[in-house]
Design a protein around this ligand. Structure first.
Ligand code: NDP
Ligand code: 8X3
Length: 253
């Protein structure tokens, strides 16, 4: 079995690559940071008897995405599972004060990037008349919170695309699933706050967030249901988080 994980250089994507590797799946891992991709490839290949192909490209760039995918061998084009994980939030500002650069980064990555790779992979899956696309959405694709505006809009788009893909791929025996996490401690908040690590730490202060491994285990479980079972849509939250903004924090007082 062959799994393509986008955004495998960090967080949820890296943990997802690890759990599939541990269970004997071959992998295609992607991301922009080549050193991290190479490091992950060599450590997983050292520990597990699997084949890993690392593709270094920016998913926002259609040409780079098409070129990287075209470089795959015929064997590596037989992808069984696509995990659409690459994504980010940039900024947490009111709509009226939002940065255009942040908006474009989120729209280009979370929506357009996901579309570019999914179009290519779904056509490869159609040739095989089987496959499974697992989209990483967010609680931000189910709810809108103050200052979340464009990030929430991109994840609502993922929610809509998850449903649309499932309908259009129905007659090709392709499963489509969305996993929508609440707060997961990864590099997500550091990226959101443009590298401000102190601000990022405060996001998880006084509460126990999910770990990337929690999400990876869920992805693995979803991917391993019997052939006749599909998990359409799943929301997974930390126990201390009831909604995007309701978090039970210990004040430490
Ligand atoms: P990380 O920042 O730890 O990981 C993000 C991954 O996406 C990295 O591997 C990064 O690789 C990749 N990526 C980002 N932009 C691009 C790009 N332009 N081209 C290729 N790859 C890219 O964050 P998470 O693991 O938390 O995020 C993974 C997914 O989970 C995202 O879609 C996020 O929206 C979603 N999510 C996260 C939650 C959280 O609380 N952490 C909650 C709900 C959903 P590189 O930089 O090397 O390109
Ligand atoms: C990430 C979770 O709550 O910051 O998608 O939107 S949140």
């Amino acid at each position: 079995m062959l799994v393509l994980v986008t955004g495998a250089t960090s967080g949820i994507g890296k943990s997802t690559a690890e759990i599939f590797a541990r269970n004997g799946y071959d992998l295609i891992i992607t991301g922009r940071r080549k050193e991290r991709l190479d490091e992950l490839k060599s450590s997983l290949e050292k520990n597990f008897k699997i084949k890993i192909t690392a593709l270094c490209f920016d998913i926002r760039n259609l040409n780079e995405t098409e070129t990287a995918m075209a470089s795959l061998s015929e064997e590596n084009k037989k992808i069984d599972i696509l995990v659409n994980n690459a994504g980010l939030a940039a900024g947490l500002s009111s709509f009226q004060e939002g940065s255009l650069d942040h908006w474009e980064r989120m729209i280009d990555t979370n929506i357009k990037g996901l579309l570019y790779i999914s179009r290519i992979v779904s056509n490869l899956m159609i040739k095989q008349q089987k496959g499974h696309i697992i989209n990483i959405g967010s609680i931000a694709g189910k709810e809108v919170y103050a200052n979340g505006n464009v990030y929430c809009a991109t994840k609502h788009a993922v929610d809509a695309l998850n449903k649309g893909m499932r309908i259009d791929l129905l007659h090709h025996n392709i499963k489509v699933t969305a996993i929508n996490p609440g707060m997961v401690e990864t590099e997500f908040s550091v990226v959101r706050f443009d590298g401000d690590e102190d601000r990022a730490k405060k996001v998880y202060m006084g509460m126990q967030p999910l770990t990337p491994q929690d999400i990876a285990e869920t992805i693995y479980w979803v991917a391993n249901r019997p052939a006749h079972v599909n998990i359409n849509d799943l929301i997974i939250m930390p126990t201390v988080q009831a909604s995007a903004t309701n978090v039970n924090r210990k004040t430490g007082a």
